[in-house]
Design a protein around this ligand. Structure first.
Ligand code: GLN
Length: 514
């Protein structure tokens, strides 16, 4: 029975818990057992929190038995990316510089998860400070893709995606600054959403690039992502960029999509700049096949142009490192986290800061701090950061024009399926940066995006990205739920159901940390 509980979706678990078919302690224990059995091979988690999870679960069970009115998803376990601050639970951002940091407070979303009674199974692995697309940049060793453990799960929310794909957790919280929820969802056959900027509070999310960062819900199904989004979203006075609008009913949007299985009247805009050239043939074939299914179900497929996209990647790789360089200045060896004193010479604020940062940050983090500091330096600000901000406005205008012609835009989420390990060791970081071309425009424009499975290529999942206008996240859920019902494996099962469930122990060559 324990094994079966991990195969259920969050929606099924929510219903079963409310009907009294099993307890949250049963469900939580089943997932903790699954983590114990599989995580040596996968490395999805940096920290597992069994005592906390079981104590939340038994508390929910007790309150349910007492007839208390609970959140509909109370008792359904969740994994949380290790960039989300958790009171009393080590939070590392996968960096040596925060290796032993135990926060004295909760992120707003950690409080919301607690208030709703979701047991937190643990903190998931990621690229250091969310910088990367493979989860190989973690100071705690990489995460492996459950579809093929010789490949990466994507990143930076690779641990979150792997935890959902491998039945370690029905729900996972990730973050997305340039694609870090959507690309790992694509690589692992799961669903990941980057909400409208401001939809979910960033208070207590360790900052990467504040004008781009968003928390994103992940799960195996569109409905599960919607339920988690619903729970996490809402105005937070502690985040000055938090939206004040009422949170739309995302689950109702999913139900509307599922009830009326057709796509009649929906205009899906294929972005000319984001398909075809540069996309692997298998990815392109799966994407086209999914569009054919949509057309057969009544969707109107239109072509749209986003001409400024040719500058978007460049703008992102100026804005993001600039904000990184200023956000990461707080890791100075003085106030919290790692402190390293210089081996010789005077111990001053400057020498401690230099020694701490040299020892505590990994190579990719240092590269971005250097790039950003250069871009912001006197005399270059207008040429680099200033120009990049102008591109951002052009991208927003392009999207506005495209959404006149289409209700949602569709692209492949990533140009390839999951990459083999070792890409991060290659001398050319540009190749990986280019892989973000389809995902970063949404962060620049602040609009919502979703990745859901489009099918398989060479036995590996392919992601289809949907984009909607700002504050229209519900459209993603409605159209996503319809597409999800259309795209199935050859045997009619959802794509995620085809993932291998047993994993060989990791090969020695991939166990060393970056
Ligand atoms: N891959 C992108 C980067 O490396 C996106 C990261 C993210 O969304 N956190 O910047």
């Amino acid at each position: 029975m324990t094994d079966d509980l991990t195969r259920l979706t969050a929606a099924q678990l929510s219903a079963g818990l409310r009907a009294g078919e099993y307890s949250s302690a049963d469900v939580t224990r089943a997932h903790l057992d699954r983590i114990e059995q599989t995580d040596t091979a996968l490395g999805s988690f940096i920290t597992v929190t069994p005592e906390q999870a079981l104590s939340t679960a038994t508390d929910v069970d007790r309150r349910r038995a007492a007839g208390e009115e609970l959140h509909p998803y109370a008792g359904v376990p969740v994994s949380v990316k290790d960039v989300v601050v958790t009171d009393g639970v080590r939070t590392t951002a996968a960096s040596k510089i925060l290796e032993d940091w135990v926060p004295p407070y909760d992120a707003t979303i950690s409080s919301r998860i607690k208030a709703a009674g979701l047991p937190v199974l643990g903190k998931t692995n990621m690229d250091e400070f969310a910088m990367g697309s493979t989860t190989e940049h973690s100071a705690f060793g990489p995460t492996r893709n459950p579809w093929d453990t010789t490949t990466v799960p994507g990143g930076s929310s690779g641990g979150a995606a792997a935890s959902a794909a491998a039945f370690q957790a029905p729900l996972a919280v990730g973050t997305d600054t340039g694609g870090s929820v959507r690309q790992p969802a694509a690589f692992t056959g799961t669903v990941g959403v980057k909400p409208t900027y401001g939809s979910i509070s960033r208070y207590g999310i360790i900052a990467m690039a504040s004008s781009l960062d968003q928390v994103g819900p992940m799960g195996r199904t569109v409905a599960d992502a919607a339920a988690l989004h619903q729970l996490l979203a809402g105005h937070d006075p502690k985040d000055s960029t938090s939206l004040t609008d009422a949170v739309p009913d995302f689950l109702a949007a999913v139900e509307a999509g599922a009830r009326d299985g057709s796509l009649t009247g929906k205009r899906l805009g294929v972005v000319n700049q984001l398909s075809g050239d540069g996309y692997d043939a298998g990815v392109q074939a799966a994407f086209t096949a999914a569009l054919d299914l949509a057309r057969d179900a009544g969707a109107e497929i239109v072509e749209v142009d986003l001409p400024s996209l040719s500058y978007a990647l460049d703008a992102y790789y100026l804005i993001m490192p600039s904000e990184v360089s200023s956000n990461l200045a707080r890791y100075d060896g003085m106030r919290f986290g790692l402190r390293v004193e210089p081996e010789s010479g005077p111990v001053t604020a400057e020498t401690v800061m230099a020694a701490t940062r040299a020892a505590g940050f990994g190579a990719e983090v240092k590269r971005r701090i250097l790039l950003g500091t250069y871009a912001l330096s006197a005399g270059y600000y207008d040429a680099y950061y200033g120009s990049a901000q102008k591109v951002r406005t052009l991208v927003q205008r392009d999207f506005a024009a495209a959404f006149e012609k289409a209700d949602v835009l569709v692209t492949p989420t990533a140009p390839t399926t999951a990459l083999p390990f070792g890409t991060e060791d290659d001398a050319d970081p540009m190749a990986l940066y280019l892989g973000d071309a389809a995902t970063i425009p949404a962060n620049l424009a602040g609009i919502p995006g979703m990745s859901l499975p489009a099918g398989l290529a060479g036995g590996m999942p392919v992601g289809l990205q949907l984009l909607a206008p700002a504050r229209e996240d519900a459209r993603l859920y409605e159209v996503g739920a319809r597409l999800e019902a259309l795209v199935t494996n050859a045997n009619g099962a959802p794509v995620w159901a085809g993932v291998p469930t047993e994993y060989a122990a990791p090969a020695a060559s991939t166990t060393t940390s970056a």
